[in-house]
Design a protein around this ligand. Structure first.
Ligand SMILES: [Zn+2]
Length: 266
């Protein structure tokens, strides 16, 4: 049976028509002082999960994630934490706070529409040391779209990234992991790394934080580690993340931060 991997954002309202509550959040983020940042870093001793190493991938048309492709070059017990569908003002700042508290660096696969709607939040994700990939401009089922619309969506999300961050992204994850031949060819021509997943916890489905943590433990044990799929656009994921990170630590897994040579190969 085909496994579902993804779901629309928590919001019922389309991003383009949501009221923007961002100015107040932006104020809250920018008042974080250097002293607070240093204090947070000092809090990350052996008790924190931390980030054990950085894996920098070249800009090349590789594809990773055992749901559809081969594994990343990870050691047993290593995990890469990824978030899709953001940024979203109601939940992404809570995700950032939980990651910072454990000194964990992750990869965020953003959609172009919310990236443009909440550009300051998108930039804050990168400013906190996380890496950024693309996840479509909107969040369509590409398999249902004609080739021209699939390519239009890719051009739109590339333009959004250029406007928000400058330059080009180096990694792409398909919405719903629905990879299509048309976009795979276009992505390979631009030497994007195609990122699938190794495991997820269906964090778009109603469940408690403990249920999510239990699933994570079972699936990490089965896979030995790998690419973990989560969604920063989900309130329940943001609420559960402190427990999920503590659970990863308690079971002895180590976090690897994935990065790309983003500026090479233009
Ligand atoms: Zn998604």
């Amino acid at each position: 049976m085909k496994q579902a991997w993804d779901a629309p954002r928590d919001d019922e309202t389309p991003v383009s028509s949501r009221p923007i509550g961002w100015p107040r959040l932006r104020t809250a983020l920018t008042v974080l002082t250097l002293g607070q940042a240093l204090a947070a870093a000092a809090d990350c001793g052996d008790a924190a999960l931390g980030t054990s190493r950085v894996l920098t991938l070249p800009r090349e048309a590789a594809a990773y994630g055992r749901a559809q492709h081969g594994p990343l070059p990870l050691q047993p017990g290593e995990v890469v934490i990824t978030f899709d569908d953001g940024p979203r003002p109601a939940s992404t700042p809570l995700v950032l706070k939980a990651l910072k508290a454990e000194c964990v660096r992750a990869t965020f696969f953003m959609n172009g529409e919310p990236m443009l709607a909440d550009a300051a939040l998108a930039r804050e994700v990168k400013a906190q040391g996380h890496s950024i990939g693309l996840h479509g401009f909107r969040h369509p089922h590409f398999s249902l779209l004609p080739a021209s619309e699939q390519l239009d969506d890719l051009r739109a999300v590339e333009a959004a990234y250029r406007e928000v961050f400058g330059g080009r992204a180096a990694a792409y994850r398909f919405p719903f992991l629905e990879e299509t031949p048309v976009l795979r060819e276009a992505l390979a021509a631009s030497r994007y790394t195609l990122m699938s997943v190794d495991l997820g916890v269906e964090d778009w489905e109603p469940q408690s934080a403990q249920q999510m943590a239990d699933k994570l433990v079972q699936r990490l044990a089965a896979s030995g580690g790998g690419i973990v799929l989560l969604h920063d656009a989900q309130d329940r994921t943001a609420a559960a993340l402190p427990l999920l990170l503590r659970t990863i630590k308690a079971h002895g897994y180590r976090v690897v931060h994935l990065r790309w040579d983003e500026e090479s190969g233009h």
